[in-house]
Design a protein around this ligand. Structure first.
Ligand SMILES: CC(C)(COP(=O)(O)OP(=O)(O)OC[C@H]1O[C@@H](n2cnc3c(N)ncnc32)[C@H](O)[C@@H]1OP(=O)(O)O)[C@@H](O)C(=O)NCCC(=O)NCCS
Length: 189
């Protein structure tokens, strides 16, 4: 186990997670910003790339597990990405569509943000967001990020305009608050 939040556990992905990974990466709607669903070969390559990242960097996109059911409902974690002409740390988040709109992505990404600043000692965390991905922008905003610039990323042979969101590490000893609804309001939803 890498991280734990009130509802979620984050841990490394393994081959056992392939069915849950397929449910995310092979869903056309989920993968709109990635230019469409992945085929089996791309799913396998994604998992193997993450496992290489765990080995080489000590981190990568982790499995997000809903503690109450034990189900892997998404992926979230830091990776090194080339953004605005620099190699930087970025938080990624991709969730199974059945689990959207419950605050899980923001909850997981906030834990990753705090971990990156506290445990990895980073001074800035980015989120790269394709210009049409409003849900992802809203997660970045809930994390306290602001837009630092625009860039074009070539992925799957397509030039995709992106926004570079980022948040700077808080002064030592302090934590970022997440702008989420207070507990009473959250229960009503
Ligand atoms: C990006 C993505 C993870 C965002 O998911 P999301 O469900 O919109 O975001 P969250 O999990 O943070 O949930 C926030 C929503 O839950 C609601 N919510 C419900 N219960 C909540 C709770 N207990 N706490 C906080 N928010 C809660 C919020 O009000 C918000 O509502 P809204 O969707 O109407 O705005 C999702 O759209 C996704 O997986 N997309 C495909 C992959 C992708 O594009 N990833 C980003 C690449 S850059």
């Amino acid at each position: 186990m890498i991280l734990r939040t009130s509802r979620l556990d984050l841990r490394e992905m393994t081959e056992d997670d392939l069915p849950a990974l397929r449910a995310i990466l092979q869903d056309a709607e989920t993968m709109t910003a990635y230019e469409g669903a992945f085929d089996e070969e791309m799913v396998q390559a994604w998992l193997h790339r993450m496992r290489d990242r765990y080995r080489d960097d000590g981190f990568g996109m982790w499995a997000v597990v809903l503690r109450e059911s034990g189900e892997m409902i998404g992926q979230c974690g830091p990776t090194v990405q080339h953004i605005l002409d620099e190699d930087v740390l970025e938080v990624g988040y991709l969730f199974n569509r059945a689990h959207w709109h419950r605050g899980y992505a923001t909850e997981a990404a906030a834990a990753v943000r705090d971990h990156v600043f506290r445990a990895l000692g980073a001074d800035r965390l980015f989120a790269q967001v394709r210009d049409m991905n409003v849900a992802s922008m809203n997660v970045a905003i809930r994390l306290g990020m602001t837009v630092r610039g625009r860039f074009v990323k070539n992925y799957r042979g397509v030039d995709m305009p992106h926004l570079a969101f980022a948040i700077d590490a808080p002064p030592t000893g302090r934590e970022h608050g997440v702008s989420a609804a207070p507990p009473e309001r959250r229960r009503e939803r």
